[in-house]
Design a binder for this molecule. Sequence first.
Ligand SMILES: Nc1ncnc2c1ncn2[C@@H]1O[C@H](COP(=O)(O)OP(=O)(O)O)[C@@H](O)[C@H]1O
Ligand SMILES: [Mg+2]
Length: 233
Amino acid sequence: MLRLENVACFYGKGQVLHGATLSVGEGELVGLVGRNGVGKTTTLRAVMGLLPAREGSIRFRGEDLRGHPPYRVPRLGISYVPQGRRLFPKLTVMENLEIACVQAEVDPGKLEEIYTYFPRVKERLSQKAGTLSGGEQQMVAIGRALITKPAMILLDEPTEGLMPLLVQAIAETVQAINGRGTSILLVEQNLKILKDICDRIYIMEKGAIVYEGTPAEIDAAMDVQERYLSVKV
Ligand SMILES: Nc1ncnc2c1ncn2[C@@H]1O[C@H](COP(=O)(O)OP(=O)(O)O)[C@@H](O)[C@H]1O
Ligand SMILES: [Mg+2]
């Protein structure tokens, strides 16, 4: 469904992605993990067309995404929840969702469906987004990404900085969204979450994929976890 092959990306003269190759199949929930600064966010930005891939190819349902301007990529069926959530803190939750509806040309009446994933968001519609807890803000950010009914969602560290209980809640929500047929590429530094919910996991190091496996395979490959993630097992 989504396939990156040998993607190279640069910030100025500094090369950040060095031939990244990965894929997400129809209906799959795939994890991407790696230490800070290895290029995970850059990978997602390249898919969304926010940073040009200087080399390699990025295909979604057979279509080449390179050369599509960033506003066109969501219309092809890919939604993006950036790291750090990026809500408008001074606007209410409702206003944050309405803006996304306007951008996506979706009737705000359709929001009811989204609340079924996030009952707590519905209780807080008139609250300023900046006053919500980190977990609630993440729910709003994910809800906003669902407005276009995407075929695929790219999630960048949705559990970053959250308490364990909320980490679990986000993981369950991601799984539920995937369970209804949306393909997901989930970036995390929390390998445990990925092992709990993903079909397959990629490990990134210095802008390239260095390992791919199922949760069970990664569990068995203790040397890999230690080498690339500094996880002591
Ligand atoms: N806007 C930018 N300009 C220059 N360098 C950047 C920029 N954003 C990220 N980088 C660098 O690119 C590398 C990869 O960053 P990033 O993709 O954000 O990593 P990750 O998400 O895995 O933590 C890092 O070395 C980072 O410092
Ligand atoms: Mg990042």
